[in-house]
Design a protein around this ligand. Structure first.
Ligand SMILES: [Zn+2]
Length: 256
């Protein structure tokens, strides 16, 4: 009985087209377009096809050509395991096969990238907004932001005022993109000056900037899980400021 087409596909698929011992690729493309791929791998029997072959005397029931009794190897390692039958026992070859196929599966596994609030950090619904009190605070937020969201109210504001506010928030988003590359003292100082201008101009438009940070957990992809800050900035109308202060006081008062 020969090796079936199915067993060939299963073995090559599970082995990732690589030698189960040295992991060398077993399908090599030609160096010029006229040369087709060269297949340099062998499907080696763990227990030989015939009783007189390598490890062939080991008691075996079933189909010796089944993929479970085959190991994908380069030509060199095929010769080695068949010449060194005392070192490369049936058990050792089975272990080698299992370890290699597990490595292929693990290496190719590509979990979808997922970003969500970090379950080990405080619940976002319980994370309060705080007033951004200084240019340094705003710059620290900009530097920390891996992702962001802006909120604002348009009530009682003209289109022109809203345009100006949008301009300031757009500028903040731009700073978030480049903050990492601002690495000189002078660059940092210039950036903080802009932060001060943004706070002042927002106030001139009747807005106070509040913010909060939410810890996000990113999983999947090729990298290890990583944590990042999601920064939310809320432009609060000065008219609403008193109301917010009252809310804060009520919330912080255990009797209230
Ligand atoms: Zn090899």
């Amino acid at each position: 009985m020969a090796i079936t087409e199915k067993s060939i596909k299963v073995l090559w698929g599970l082995s990732g087209g690589r030698c189960a011992i040295c992991r060398t690729p077993l399908v090599l493309p030609g160096e010029v377009p006229a040369d087709d791929h060269a297949v340099v791998g062998d499907m080696a029997h763990i227990v030989a096809h015939s009783v007189g072959g390598p490890r062939g005397g080991v008691p075996f029931a079933g189909d010796r050509d089944h993929h479970s009794n085959l190991l994908l190897l380069c030509r060199v390692h095929h010769k080695v395991v068949d010449d060194h039958v005392n070192g490369w026992t049936v058990d050792r070859l089975h272990q080698q096969k299992a370890a290699h196929e597990a490595w292929v599966a693990e290496t190719l596994e590509f979990e979808a990238v997922r970003v969500r609030p970090d379950p080990e950090s405080p619940d976002p619904s319980e994370t309060k907004f705080f007033m951004i009190g200084s240019d340094q605070e705003l710059w620290d937020l900009v530097c920390a932001a891996w992702s962001h969201r802006f909120e604002y109210s348009e009530r009682d504001r003209t289109d022109e005022q809203m345009d100006q506010l949008m301009g300031l928030l757009d500028e903040l988003a731009d700073w978030m993109d480049i903050a990492e590359s601002v690495d000189t003292m002078r660059g940092q100082r210039d950036a903080r000056k802009r932060m001060e201008m943004i706070l002042t101009e927002s106030a001139d438009l009747g807005f106070i900037l509040y913010s909060r940070r939410i810890r996000m957990l990113m999983t999947g992809g090729r990298g290890l899980p990583s944590k990042h800050w999601h920064v939310e900035i809320r432009a609060v109308r000065c008219e609403d400021f008193a109301k917010i202060v009252m809310e804060h006081m009520t919330q912080s008062d255990p009797a209230g």
